[in-house]
Design a protein. Sequence first.
Length: 201
Amino acid sequence: MDIKGEYTFDAPRDIVWKALRDIDVLAQIMPGGEGFAEVGENKYTGNLKIKVGPVQGKFKGDIELLDIVEPESYSIKVDGKGAPGFVKATGGLVLTDNGETTHMDYEGKAQVGGRIASVGQRLMDTSAKSIIRQSLEALNEYVKFQAASAEKAAEVEEIAAKAEESGASEEEIAEEVAKVESEAPTYTPPSQAELAAAVAK
């Protein structure tokens, strides 16, 4: 099974890259993802609950990142197995810096066997595309929050510096800063139920 696509994130490349290297973030935004952990340098394990047509179950996978070129690209190798069968996959992604946005190109190849292979190529392709789409959309919401938070932090520093230059008291500076911080964006990670519902659309 071949996988190829592109996506544009609404955040600068350094923020997107940092999120893509954070296993806790990826576990939050991946439908069915749970129990992700770092087990070595650029090596991770995790579980993925999936449902493809009539076949459902949990895969336990080993993930390794290779050929890392920060903050631009890396290759990925996945070896997963479980009750539904097995998945062996390789792929890679490239991030292009577009200032306030980041363009991602990704591609990969996956070999699938066991019960999950019985559902047919078309259904597997559709399910894979849905999981990738929802993962990227959830990741975009996270990086947008990170970008907005960074902007707000810079605004707080600027206001504090200007207030200090004008001879404002510590109380006045604190009041101005608190006013700006109260307008800071908030982020709540999507629940697995919400991710699953989005994949099913």
